[in-house]
Design a protein around this ligand. Structure first.
Ligand SMILES: Cc1cc2nc3c(=O)[nH]c(=O)nc-3n(C[C@H](O)[C@H](O)[C@H](O)COP(=O)(O)OP(=O)(O)OC[C@H]3O[C@@H](n4cnc5c(N)ncnc54)[C@H](O)[C@@H]3O)c2cc1C
Length: 222
């Protein structure tokens, strides 16, 4: 497999950093090709504007999707976007490693999506969902939370974690054609014991070693 791993945590020694490096080591040891985007380390610019492009379709009025369609036609994406697009296009499996922030993605990862998932290149025309650009590829969210599992149940204090992840799993991944694998959620790594954290890392390694056999989930509707 060609695996693309994205990390959205600023601290290399964080638990997210440990999950990210566990994934890199596990896939490399198994002989897979690994591409990665460690977004903070790259100082990835998450602000979406004309800097996404080397080309200009309309200099009078900036409309991102119009510029994306034009850049798709003429090869006009800025080098940082083009590099990320090629990682998306060449991988078989993509994993996002991130802490849950405000029930969503950290800004740097949201900005990566806003800039890289460009109209024309990653969706558009008739290419959505089951006919999406990335059909046949698989994607997985690897998430940590501050709150424990008990508060992330349906009807619970924070509610159903799967409903919280649905805008990303359905609105970004499935929308652009990815088959979505079950999210890997480590609840409250700050609150659990060191032994439990080690066990979570081991379970992650075990899962990744057999991930080729996993079937996609139904991401659900609204
Ligand atoms: C802006 C913001 C918004 C947030 N919004 C939410 C929210 O909506 N919902 C929610 O639930 N939470 C929220 N949080 C909390 C956040 O999700 C958690 O703090 C985060 O998920 C914890 O992961 P971490 O990697 O940062 O943990 P860390 O604090 O980095 O790690 C936890 C512990 O693991 C240890 N560790 C690191 N590596 C290893 C290793 N190899 N083996 C064993 N132990 C190791 C670390 O030393 C540390 O003691 C928010 C936080 C912020 C800053």
């Amino acid at each position: 497999m060609n695996v693309f791993l994205i990390n959205a945590h600023a601290e290399p020694k964080s638990f997210n950093g440990a999950m990210f490096h566990t994934a890199i080591d596990t896939f490399r040891s198994a002989g897979h090709t690994v591409q990665d985007s460690d977004l903070y380390e790259m100082k990835f610019n998450p602000v979406s504007d004309r800097r996404n492009f080397t080309t200009v379709k309309n200099p009078e009025f900036f409309k991102q999707q119009i510029e994306e369609m034009h850049a798709t036609e003429v090869g006009g994406f800025a080098p940082d976007i083009e590099t990320e697009l090629r990682k998306l296009e060449t991988c078989d499996l993509m994993i996002w490693q991130f802490p849950l922030w405000w029930f969503g993605l950290p800004g740097i990862l949201k900005g990566w999506v806003d800039r890289v998932f460009a109209m024309g290149r990653t969706y558009g025309g008739e290419r959505f969902y089951e006919n999406g650009v990335f059909n046949g590829k698989r994607a997985l969210l690897s998430v940590t939370t501050g709150g424990p599992e008990a508060v992330y149940q349906k009807g619970g204090w924070n509610g159903d974690i799967h409903a919280i992840l649905r805008p990303v799993q359905r609105g970004v991944l499935h929308f652009t054609g990815w088959d979505v694998l079950a999210p890997n959620i480590v609840y409250a790594p700050v609150r659990i014991s060191d032994g439990e954290r080690q066990a979570s890392l081991k379970a992650w390694q075990t899962r990744l070693n057999i991930i080729g056999r996993e079937q996609p989930i139904d991401v659900g509707e609204y």
